[in-house]
Write a protein that binds this ligand. Structure first.
Ligand code: FES
Length: 83
């Protein structure tokens, strides 16, 4: 994984009611000390802790959205795919 000052900054996109979108590849260290990794060009990291695939977002956060207020509808499916 590149990590020098000349590398372009890694972009992380914060979504108000959803996952963090992180440009990959990534290696994630979990709170129990284990690590998981992905070679995808972008991954969706769960911030709600409801995902059954934690730390990856599986779109379970949408269950908390109020009816008619699903502002993430346009990205449905892409997050689960880690894009
Ligand atoms: S942010 Fe937790 S499932 Fe999507």
């Amino acid at each position: 994984m590149p990590n020098s000052p000349s590398d372009t900054p890694r972009r992380i996109t914060v979504r108000r009611k959803g996952p963090l979108l992180v440009e990959g590849p990534v290696e994630i260290e979990l709170d129990d000390g284990t690590t998981v990794s992905s070679d995808r060009f972008r991954v969706a990291l769960c911030t709600c802790r409801r995902s059954r695939r934690y730390p990856w977002c599986d779109t379970s956060h949408r269950a908390r959205s109020h009816p008619g207020g699903d502002s993430d509808a346009g990205s449905r499916g892409r997050e689960a795919a880690g894009e």
